[in-house]
Write a protein that binds this ligand. Structure first.
Ligand code: GAF
Length: 388
């Protein structure tokens, strides 16, 4: 949808004229999966698929939301209403959390009237491309700009993470929100989730491109399985802390982990921690490979990431495995699932000249094996959440 279409959609829903249009991107993650909440590194990038929002101020204290994708009722609540919603209104929690945390800051006291918001996403929800973080960063950035709060975007990302943890019930890390709001055109962000230091690295893929592939699988049990993984890693960490002075698994190199892994006397926790430590090492090596222009090495690290997410972390499933394995068999330099797993999306690094044929082949294999279609997205790497 272009700006005019978005403004006119706002007009027909709210019977008034919208003021500003914003865009918040989704994200891919080149490598570094399930490392963020373990204090490790991630390497995500913001993409041109995302969520648009049209803002209009109101004189009263009401927040009114309308999603062009759901096309249901307008969802309304009071600016100071911090109750958690369920059922059809569940999606309002992304907004309620962000509004609550912004208003708890000193600057946030300036949010003294309600607003209307029309949203429309080009990013399918549940696609593993961070539609929820895109929504959180959308409302965070809109209120930051419209009320001139001057809150640092990293602080807004942290409020998004808190919203996930406390309003949604997902004990996620910081990667998605950070990638959405801090994204930079044609670059991926190498972020240390332990120290929050970060660096932009140009995504230089020469004759290759990143193909985004969605399983189109609803991942209903994903939140509870995700929280199980977080807990298992925390248990493993506690056991290591009996002999090691560390605050996070991300502080461990592979050799130290190997020497002390005998302390993790539970086979499941041991596998989860091994993934977290080795994936962190792979992520660091992947950025070195990218800097050196060694795309073959980068590709192998992506493959190793998927294998580890399959065997040690157990978050892939038949759909994601089918996409990754058929990508490996059909010329991809590297391919792996991205995001939380259990459905969602995968990426593959493919020769530009072969991309169309590659997608055709994988579409066929996926349909035959899984029984329904995968989706393939063409996305660019773009700047983070912003007014357009
Ligand atoms: C989801 C979470 F929201 C992120 O914080 C991250 O843990 C990711 O899964 C796995 O790397 O997207």
């Amino acid at each position: 949808m272009n700006k005019e279409e978005l403004m006119s959609a706002y007009q027909s829903v709210f019977n008034s004229t919208g003021e500003e249009v914003y865009f918040s991107p989704g994200r891919i993650n080149v490598i570094g999966e399930h490392t963020d909440y373990n204090g490790g590194h991630v390497f995500p990038a913001a993409i041109s698929l995302g969520v648009y929002g049209v803002y209009g101020a109101r004189a009263d204290q009401t927040v009114a939301l309308y999603s062009g994708n759901i096309a249901g009722e307008i969802v309304e609540f009071a600016l100071d209403d911090e109750s958690v919603e369920s059922g059809d209104r569940f999606w309002a929690n992304y907004f309620k959390g962000m509004i609550a945390y912004l208003r708890q800051t000193e600057a946030g006291k300036k949010i003294n009237h309600g607003f209307n918001l029309y949203i429309n996403a080009t990013l399918p929800s549940g696609s593993g491309l961070s539609s929820s973080a895109a929504l959180e960063m959308l409302i965070g950035t809109i209120l930051n700009d419209e009320f001139n709060l001057k809150i640092d975007p990293v602080a807004i990302a942290k409020m998004g993470q808190r919203t996930e943890n406390e309003f949604i019930g997902l004990n996620s890390g910081i990667m998605d929100q950070f990638a959405c709001i801090m994204g930079k055109k044609d670059a991926a962000i190498f972020l240390d989730c332990n120290t929050m230091e970060y660096e932009y690295l140009p995504l230089k893929l020469d004759d290759y491109e990143i193909v985004i592939m969605s399983t189109n699988k609803e991942h209903t049990l994903a939140a509870s399985a995700y929280n199980d993984r977080v807990r298992e890693c925390q248990n493993a960490l506690k056991k290591l802390q009996s002999k090691l002075d560390i605050a996070a698994l991300g502080e461990l190199d592979e050799n130290t982990f190997d020497e002390y892994s005998y302390l993790i006397n539970d086979p499941v926790e041991l596998k989860r921690a091994r993934h977290a430590v080795l994936e962190n090492g792979r992520t660091i090596r992947a950025t070195e490979a990218m800097k050196a222009g060694n795309l073959a090495q980068l590709g192998r690290l992506l493959n190793a990431s998927h294998v580890s997410l399959h065997y040690d972390y157990e978050v892939t499933g038949e759909e994601l495995d089918t996409l990754a394995e058929s990508a490996w068999a059909n010329g991809a330099l590297g391919a792996r699932m991205i995001g939380g797993g259990f459905g969602g999306s995968a990426i593959a690094i493919v020769k530009k000249a072969d991309a169309a044929k590659f997608k055709e082949k994988l579409a066929k294999i996926y349909r035959e094996k899984i029984g329904y279609d995968a989706s393939f997205y063409d996305a660019e790497i773009v700047d983070g959440t912003r007014r357009i």
